[in-house]
Design a protein. Structure first.
Length: 174
């Protein structure tokens, strides 16, 4: 599928928001052609858009959930900043589940530095992409069979603890 994007693609975005975003892009000396503002679309077109992206910069204070998983599954590295609330920790959990914890930052300064480092260092970027694509094959996040097996083991442990009147405890299955 080929995506041709131009200013007409932003007709649903109010012009003041478009210009506000464009001002920010210029402020940080980002080439405007490197940034795309896209409208809502169906899932197939949404997923095909991932071919336009090199690096997914996660949002804060509400991290990407499904969108971060979509990006990772498409082979796009995701950088996140972890917070203290559930919604600001989701993406870090996702990255840890696919053994990409080096993309989890603790503060905004680390976040910016990592984004710049990856975007300016082609070798670093390629190493991260290689690791991510390798991890998609064997890490738990995308291994549905292992996930289901572990979930069933956990349910069995919880059921056994309940039947034996054991105290409630954390269940860890490896």
């Amino acid at each position: 599928m080929s995506l041709n994007l131009n200013i007409q693609d932003f007709t649903n975005l109010p012009s003041h928001l478009f210009h506000k975003n464009l001002k920010q892009i210029n402020k940080f000396k980002i080439q405007p052609k490197r940034v795309k503002f896209l409208n809502f679309t169906n899932i197939e077109d949404h997923l095909s858009r991932h071919s336009l992206v090199d690096l997914y910069l996660d949002t804060f204070n509400c991290n990407g959930h499904t969108s971060a998983v979509d990006a990772l599954y498409s082979g796009i590295p995701v950088i996140t900043k972890i917070g203290k609330s559930f919604s600001s920790r989701v993406c870090a959990s996702i990255l840890n589940a696919c053994d990409m914890s080096e993309l989890v930052t603790k503060n905004i300064n680390q976040y910016y530095k990592l984004a710049i480092k990856i975007s300016e260092n082609k070798s670093k970027f390629e190493d991260i992409k290689y690791k991510l694509n390798s991890n998609l094959i064997d890490k738990p996040l995308f291994n549905t069979k292992k996930y289901v097996d572990n979930l069933e083991k956990a349910y069995s442990l919880v059921f056994a603890d309940k039947n034996n009147h054991n105290k409630i405890k954390n269940i860890i299955v490896k």
